[in-house]
Design a protein around this ligand. Structure first.
Ligand code: DC
Length: 214
């Protein structure tokens, strides 16, 4: 059972991915954290995240295992991640690790921008999680606030729009809903309600698979 979850920044992908992984007993990979680790490493070394040579070198050589490092969640690292993610050689370097994770026996849940379109087009269930830019900006402001980082709503809304434009406008693996993806708009849903809907979508897919119709 491979579950692919894509969508823009702060739409709720990570929360849904973790909840589904726990519910169905599957391992989970936050693929955005791979790009964040590359972006963070470049910033830490005083390098430009837009430098394709330095970014590819980091993507190929780093031991990318710091998935839960809180340092990865800052606004600056999110921005750097979005910049390195537009470099095709970086995407190429990170592809195999994502693919291998998805294909492990028993399956996996992966969330990102191109899981259903590029990394795992054969996923059993594809979810495209959306929310309005305003709802996502409010969520990011609250998330950063919890970490002691203060960003105004207006500034965050502008950042969300810039990230959306970069993630959707890049030539290589742009953010878009995969063919056959189930759309889930979380703008007006509580976390619990969004998880319930996502779980129902996966359970329906499991039933279709068992009946040989999916
Ligand atoms: O989901 P996130 O905010 O942690 O992702 C950080 C950046 O990484 C995001 O701006 C786009 C990029 N990304 C990507 O291009 N492909 C993925 N599969 C995951 C993330």
């Amino acid at each position: 059972m491979i579950i692919a979850i894509d969508g823009p920044a702060a739409a709720g992908k990570g929360t849904l991915a973790r909840a589904l992984a726990a519910h169905f007993g599957l391992p989970h990979m936050d693929t955005g954290a791979l790009y964040r680790q590359v972006g963070a490493a470049l910033l830490a070394d005083g390098l430009d995240p837009a430098d394709p040579v330095a970014a590819e070198q980091a993507a190929r050589t780093l031991d990318l295992t710091r998935f839960t490092d809180p340092q990865l969640r800052t606004a600056a690292v999110g921005e750097a991640a979005s910049v390195v993610a537009a470099i095709p050689a970086v995407r190429q370097a990170l592809f195999e690790a994502q693919r291998a994770f998805a294909l492990q026996p028993g399956g996996a849940v992966l969330d990102g921008r191109d899981i259903g379109t590029v990394v795992c087009p054969e996923a059993d269930v594809k979810l495209f999680v959306e929310a309005s830019p305003e709802a996502r900006a409010w969520r990011r402001v609250a998330e950063l606030e919890d970490r002691g980082e203060h960003v105004s709503f207006e500034e965050m809304l502008a950042q969300v729009r810039i990230r959306d434009a970069r993630d959707s406008g890049r030539a290589d693996a742009p953010l878009r809903a995969a063919e056959g993806a189930h759309l889930l708009d979380t703008s007006d849903l509580s976390i619990g309600a969004a998880v319930d809907r996502a779980r129902a979508i996966v359970e329906a897919a499991i039933r279709r698979k068992a009946a040989g119709t999916g």
